[in-house]
Design a protein. Structure first.
Ligand code: TYD
Length: 208
């Protein structure tokens, strides 16, 4: 049995990650592949603490957040029930909603970027994805989509914040391009669902 591919989706809030993950899942399954969809923060205990902090229920420092995301991510990779390694070894393609690129962009813009980067990229138990798809959208369009689709907004969803995070994401990818292990696809999220889905499946045909 051949090992599956590990594909990460990133994007600022409102960029349509969830919809497009489901579309890619359908596409890969239609090609006869087995697919496992997952996300970060995970369903672990640390993931629960992170979600409370993200929604404002509890307050955490940027360093606490960065460290907890690393802990959650290690567990996400190695746990024997639903871990990424286990699923890849069983031949599943793993599609993950957010990964360490989010830590570099969000926590990296709030605290020491190099520290956040090293914790994630140098950790032997945090796998490098086979592909990272960044769904790129302007903050204006993103906020419009968010306000249509949701009743509440999270702490990261102000225009200034979205602009800063998008720029940080783009800087992160620019810098990571130097690393031959990183395979980053910046894909325009403008247009209807099917149009964006086609852009993604065409890019992924190259690796699966
Ligand atoms: P969530 O509502 O679960 O998903 P999404 O916004 O992708 O639909 O929110 C996840 C939040 O977690 C999002 O605001 C970004 C944040 N986050 C980080 O700050 N650092 C990280 O490493 C990860 C994985 C997520």
């Amino acid at each position: 049995m051949s090992k599956g591919k590990f594909i990460v989706f990133e994007g600022i809030d409102g960029s349509g990650k969830t919809t497009q993950i489901n579309k890619l899942c359908e596409y890969l399954e239609s090609k006869g592949r087995k697919v496992y969809v997952t996300s970060e923060p995970t369903i672990s205990m640390t993931g629960g603490i992170l979600r409370d902090a993200l929604s404002g229920v509890s307050k955490r420092t940027s360093c606490e957040m960065a460290a907890m995301f690393v802990l959650d991510r290690i567990f996400h990779n190695v746990n024997h029930k639903w871990g990424i390694e286990k699923m890849l070894n069983e031949g599943y393609d793993v599609l993950c909603d957010r990964y360490y690129y989010s830590s570099l962009a969000y926590q990296g813009s709030e605290t020491d970027y190099e520290w956040v980067k090293r914790m994630n990229l140098d950790c032997p138990e945090i796998r490098t994805p086979d592909a990272c798809i960044f769904l790129d959208l302007t903050p204006e369009e993103s906020l419009e989509r968010i306000s249509k689709g949701r009743a509440t907004t999270e702490i990261y969803e102000t225009k200034e914040k979205l602009t800063a995070v998008r720029n940080t994401f783009l800087n992160v990818f620019e810098e990571l391009k130097e690393n031959p292990n990183e395979h980053i696809y910046i894909i325009s999220a403008f247009g209807d669902v099917e149009t964006v889905a086609k852009r993604i499946s065409a890019a992924m045909d190259e690796i699966v």
